[in-house]
Design a protein around this ligand. Structure first.
Ligand SMILES: Nc1nc2c(c(=O)[nH]1)N[C@@H](CN(C=O)c1ccc(C(=O)N[C@@H](CCC(=O)O)C(=O)O)cc1)CN2
Length: 285
């Protein structure tokens, strides 16, 4: 078997067209959504992601504002900016690029963001609503994965999803989103014993741990759907957590790295920003 490769770039573009239509409708009502991105320090990967977010906003006609702070910025300095942005009527969405320097508490900063502007869906209130299946923001990367799975037409109800990784950004929330779709979800992580015995059971395997080529064809069931969220630099090349070449021959569907889940993350962020503006300004998108 040779897996069908799920093209995240193409799907992100398709979703982007739908977002553009919603934005054009908002524009006829005199509304330009605004996104504020806060970047602390000079982590090169974060710089790239933030730049890509800004470019995506520019392409779509979303107003974007970058707040750059030095690595030495204090937590209070960051919190002062968040308070200002919470009150700014031109800003509908606020995100703090992660990771933050170790002297700043990520939890404290995220809790300070107004839940109505929390376009990353990291605030505990929005995480709670997501778990309960209530209408609201959905976290960007997990939502992107859900959109990909729906795009390939897989029935999620009753499927065994195995999530490898339990991060707050991807692992935990993606399992919850799929549980809400009536999938049977198993979480594995760094302390899981005999990982392969779990991954081999997966109808849908989602890997988000940040260990290059952790999953090989020996860990995958024939015909499984494999979603690779890993992003690892090996010899200056970007590779996922899944050994692409071998798993390709066993899986039915596989996401590449780069060009898989990554591009969906930014598209779902734009969707959340449009949603925030629509709600805040009580209009129809
Ligand atoms: N506040 C947040 N911080 C972080 C998030 C997040 O969703 N919110 N996620 C990641 C980083 N991230 C977005 O911020 C992100 C990562 C990767 C991509 C992407 O498109 N990757 C490309 C490859 C890019 C490259 O060449 O380096 C791909 O996979 O094709 C987009 C967004 C952590 N922090």
């Amino acid at each position: 078997m040779s897996a069908t490769i799920i093209d995240g770039k193409q799907l992100a573009q398709k979703k982007g067209e739908m977002i553009k239509t919603a934005l054009e409708r908002l524009k006829t009502q005199g509304i330009t959504p605004g996104l504020a991105v806060m970047l602390v320090g000079e982590d090169p990967a974060s710089e790239t992601y933030v730049r890509n977010k800004q470019r995506a906003c520019e392409r779509m006609g979303i107003h974007s504002r970058l707040i750059r702070l030095p690595t030495t910025a204090t937590e209070q300095h960051l919190l002062d900016h968040v308070v200002q942005l919470n009150e700014d009527p031109h800003i509908d969405g606020i995100l703090v690029q992660l990771p933050l320097p170790v002297h700043i508490s990520t939890e404290t900063v995220i809790r300070a963001i107004s839940p109505e502007k929390d376009v990353d869906c990291f605030h505990p209130l929005n995480v709670g609503k997501m778990i309960l299946g209530e209408t609201g923001f959905l976290p960007c990367t997990p939502h992107g994965i859900l959109v990909m799975l729906k795009e390939i037409g897989v029935t999620l109800s009753g499927k065994h999803v195995v999530v490898v990784g339990r991060s707050h950004i991807v692992g935990k929330p993606v399992g919850q989103l799929l549980l809400n779709e009536d999938a049977t979800v198993t979480y594995c992580h760094s302390r899981t014993e005999n990982l392969s015995s779990f991954t081999k059971q997966a109808d849908i395997l989602i890997v988000a741990v940040g260990r290059a080529n952790l999953i090989t064809e020996a860990d995958v069931k024939e015909g499984a759907i494999v979603i690779d969220v890993g992003m690892n630099r090996v010899n200056n090349k970007l590779v996922g957590d899944v050994e692409f070449a071998s798993v390709r021959d066993k899986a039915a569907f596989l996401t590449p790295v780069p060009g898989g889940v990554g591009p969906m993350t930014i598209t779902m962020l734009l969707e959340n920003t449009v949603y925030a503006a629509t709600k805040a300004r009580a209009v129809m998108a």
